[in-house]
Design a protein around this ligand. Structure first.
Ligand SMILES: *[C@@H]1O[C@H](CO)[C@@H](O)[C@H](O)[C@H]1NC(C)=O
Ligand SMILES: *[C@@H]1O[C@H](CO)[C@@H](O)[C@H](O)[C@H]1NC(C)=O
Ligand SMILES: *[C@@H]1O[C@H](CO)[C@@H](O)[C@H](O)[C@H]1NC(C)=O
Ligand SMILES: *[C@@H]1O[C@H](CO)[C@@H](O)[C@H](O)[C@H]1NC(C)=O
Length: 401
């Protein structure tokens, strides 16, 4: 792409952003969003083309919720603006700007000297205002499905900063989103679960609010959805709600969360993403048990069938799943109630670890997998060490008897 076109598009986007916002929001005197200066040109171009399939919405979709670093406010704002702009008008303006001679273009650019000055001119609406608009839209039962998706996509971005997540309840957003979990459209349900998960991630304040509104049970039911994307986001939200949250975990177990996990772990025809998330959650729940030694250890964690299904995951062909299974086993081994002999005789942990060792040895010879395989091998050795120590203890106790 040529530089001048990018500059032109930049102007278009700014123009559209201002127009779109002025139409919908009263521009406050206190201002809101901050501008970052540089932006990936390609990114902007991709988002500017209304006919392009890889528009902002689907870009958001593809991002992994666990790794998600978040959009900058600028990007979020532009996406919002594009979302609220008329695509025809956007295209026309874009063509107008492209027809400008470079002299005219320069002149226009000079009018906007610095980002700082620009920011003062624009007085962007605050994130809270943007969230309120999206929430009000969602609360409108006659909103078209397309606009509903858009409002949800906006919220998905807006709830990332912790302050915004904390505002959701106050703005009436949580109740509206939880209601959307019952929407007949699967995509709406998926996005709503995703937003609730994102907002409660590492956020005890929001976790508590969502738990009190009773959404956990609904989300756990959604994990069984035959629409796999919905199930994946629902499990993401369930994990985010119970993570490091004892009240959430109590509710989770009361709703047979242990059976849910057992089903996900033991059935190899279930989508791999669900199984990865499930075993990761197991590791997490056990870790929480280890940190809160005063709580009673949960019987299902030392159930032999349950342990066996976790050990069997190490034989998967998915390295990520294997790694997460190892971490879970490592934590499980540290529970008082986990019996080393059960892991040895009933679950065949020794053989599983040896098989894994050989597999990792092979992977280390491949340049592409070397580093990852070495990391996993480190965890595998740790597991082996803890396991043998635990077995040895049992042995000495048995000898004394
Ligand atoms: C904008 O301001 C007017 C008058 O102050 C008010 O009636 C209207 O509700 C406001 N609109 C929004 C979207 O805040
Ligand atoms: C609800 O959405 C419809 C369709 O977009 C719109 O015409 C109507 O004004 C909205 N109602 C409210 C209260 O915003
Ligand atoms: C949603 O709309 C209902 C009326 O239809 C209203 O009582 C409620 O306060 C609205 N919620 C939000 C968050 O705007
Ligand atoms: C395993 O999962 C598949 C796909 O979700 C399902 O159809 C099947 O009934 C499950 N099997 C068992 C034994 O639960």
């Amino acid at each position: 792409m040529k530089r001048s076109i990018t500059a032109a598009l930049w102007l278009v986007l700014l123009t559209m952003a201002v127009t779109a916002m002025a139409e919908r929001v009263n521009i406050s005197s206190s201002g809101g969003l901050f501008w970052s200066t540089a932006k990936e040109e390609e990114d902007l171009l991709r988002k500017a083309d209304p006919n392009d399939d890889s528009s902002a919405a689907s870009v958001v979709n593809e991002r992994d919720d666990e790794l998600d670093g978040g959009f900058s406010s600028l990007e979020g704002m532009l996406q919002w603006a594009i979302g609220h702009s008329d695509p025809v008008k956007l295209k026309e303006t874009s063509q107008d700007v492209q027809r400008l001679s470079s002299g005219e273009l320069k002149k226009r650019q000079l009018e906007i000297k610095t980002d700082k000055e620009l920011m003062e001119k624009l007085k962007m609406p605050s994130d809270a205002q943007l969230m309120q608009i999206a929430i009000d839209d969602l609360n409108n039962s006659s909103l078209s499905l397309e606009d509903r998706y858009r409002a949800l996509q906006e919220l998905l971005i807006l709830v990332e900063p912790i302050d915004n997540a904390n505002d959701l309840s106050k703005l009436g957003g949580l109740a509206v989103l939880i209601r959307e979990l019952n929407h007949p459209d699967t995509e709406v349900r998926k996005l709503s679960a995703w937003i609730l998960g994102k907002a409660s991630q590492n956020n005890p304040f929001v976790q508590k609010q969502i738990l009190e509104l009773g959404a956990l049970m609904k989300l756990m039911k959604m994990v069984k959805s035959s629409y796999i994307e919905e199930a994946v986001k629902a499990l993401f939200a369930v994990s985010a709600l119970v993570r490091n949250n004892l009240a959430g975990q109590e509710l989770f177990y009361a709703e047979a969360g242990d059976l849910m996990l057992q089903d996900l772990l033991s059935n190899s025809s279930i989508d791999i993403r669900l199984r990865r998330k499930a075993v990761f959650l197991v590791g997490d729940l056990v870790e929480c048990q280890l940190e809160n030694t005063y709580t009673a250890e949960l019987p299902f964690l030392s159930n032999r069938l349950f342990l066996k299904s976790v050990v069997e995951l190490t034989a998967s062909t998915d390295l990520d799943l294997q790694e997460k299974a190892l971490v879970a086993i490592k934590n499980l081994l540290q529970l008082r109630t986990t019996e080393a002999l059960v892991l040895q005789d009933f679950c065949g942990l020794d053989a599983a670890l040896e098989r894994l060792r050989q597999q990792l040895e092979g992977l280390m010879l491949e340049e592409d997998h070397k580093d990852y395989a070495m990391d996993v091998e480190t965890i595998r050795r740790e597991v082996e060490l803890i396991f043998h120590r635990k077995l040895y203890k049992v042995g000495t106790v048995l000898c004394r008897i």
